[in-house]
Design a protein around this ligand. Structure first.
Ligand code: NDP
Ligand code: GO6
Length: 312
């Protein structure tokens, strides 16, 4: 069997650029959508040109031009969309409905991976406002994919380390605090963390694997299922410096939502479900789903104590 041809839509983004890199590394003929709307965004253009230098093909296309999307997807076997879902960087998850239309019309795509890469929206029917919009929109896209009979894989990446580990899971910052750290309750709820590079590696492994066809792929490798307290302990061991722990009750944490702008409120809701409710780990991976480190044991995923070394 030949290698799949892969199109990445959203390739210059935070997770997208890692997926392009992983696709090239795996030897897939890799295509990246180049949108005219990037205009004078020289950083995006430079990223695209660096992909080209590494052997990727740039395909011009726009979400405002249906035919350009159909033409783009006709050239490949697999489409991976990494459209923004992060509220403080703008969110456009529903724009993917246009891509679903194009894939449906083209009729050749063997696998579509929509922009998921977070918590499992199918398990978040109870999520709090306003953060639930993330999950509701991803479910609208899933429904369109399944109604169009497009073969899919949904990748559930859980907590990206860059947003949840380097900062010891503190909201509103991306670096570790120096003296005091806020604990969610007792800090004893199990959470799943993943290095973004591993997210990309597992995603590329899954794209032509019959085992992941029409399934959800959870990235929940056993060594990276940790409580916030365990994460903090690893950091303290690494630095040889103890932090003051300040426990926050669920009620106080939720009450803090009032002081945030919309993006912050979305964050507080998500953190509540992850760190108080335990929504990433309070279920077994069962029917219709697979776990990535079990499926691809040859991948040597990064452990979080190793990941944290760059922050020392
Ligand atoms: P980014 O914010 O980096 O954006 C990704 C891409 O979206 C951009 O590069 C751009 O593509 C495209 N895009 C943005 N606006 C538009 C638009 N108006 N029209 C067309 N394309 C647009 O996304 P992330 O990588 O942060 O997020 C990707 C996914 O990962 C989301 O589903 C998000 O929910 C999830 N996520 C999960 C996290 C976790 O901890 N598990 C953390 C962060 C995100 P282009 O390259 O063409 O310019
Ligand atoms: C990441 C964040 C971090 C918000 C997901 C506010 C979708 C998901 C784990 O963009 O709101 O400081 O699953 O001040 O399904 C953001 C969101 C986290 C990052 C969560 C995310 C995770 C989106 C903040 C902050 C570090």
């Amino acid at each position: 069997m030949g290698k799949s041809k892969v199109l990445v839509v959203g390739g210059t983004g935070y997770i997208g650029r890692r997926i392009v890199k992983a696709s090239l590394a795996e030897g897939h003929e890799t295509y990246v959508l180049q949108r005219p709307e990037i205009g004078l965004d020289i950083d995006k253009l430079q990223i695209l040109l660096s992909f080209k230098k590494q052997g990727a093909h740039l395909i011009e296309g726009s979400f405002n031009d249906h035919k350009s999307l159909v033409d783009a997807v006709k050239q490949v076997d697999v489409v991976i969309c990494t459209m923004s879902g992060v509220h403080f960087r703008s969110h456009n998850i529903l724009l993917q409905l246009k891509l679903v239309e194009a894939i449906k019309e083209a009729g050749n795509v063997k696998r579509f991976l929509p922009s998921e890469f977070g918590m499992d929206p199918a398990r978040m029917g109870h999520a709090l406002e306003p953060g639930r919009v993330t999950f509701d929109e991803k479910m609208v896209v899933r429904k369109a994919i399944e109604e169009a009979n497009i073969p899919f894989t949904y990748v559930i990446a859980n907590c990206f380390a860059g947003y949840f580990v380097g900062n010891l899971s503190q909201l509103g910052r991306l670096t570790p605090p120096k003296d005091k750290v806020y604990l969610y309750g007792d800090g004893n709820v199990k959470v799943a963390f993943t290095d973004e590079e591993d997210v990309a590696t597992y995603t590329i492994k899954a794209i032509d694997d019959p085992t992941t066809l029409n399934k959800t792929l959870y990235i929940r490798p056993p060594h990276n299922i940790l409580t916030q307290s365990e994460l903090i302990q690893k950091w303290e061991t690494l630095t040889g410096n103890k932090l003051d722990k300040i426990s926050t009750t669920a009620d106080d944490f939720l009450a803090s939502m009032k002081g945030f702008d919309l993006a912050g409120q979305v964050g507080v809701g998500h953190f509540y479900h992850i760190f108080y409710e335990g929504c990433l780990t309070n279920f077994e991976i069962g029917e219709g789903s697979e776990e990535a480190s079990k499926l691809y044991p040859q991948v040597e995923y990064t452990r979080m104590d190793d990941y944290m070394k760059i922050y020392v």
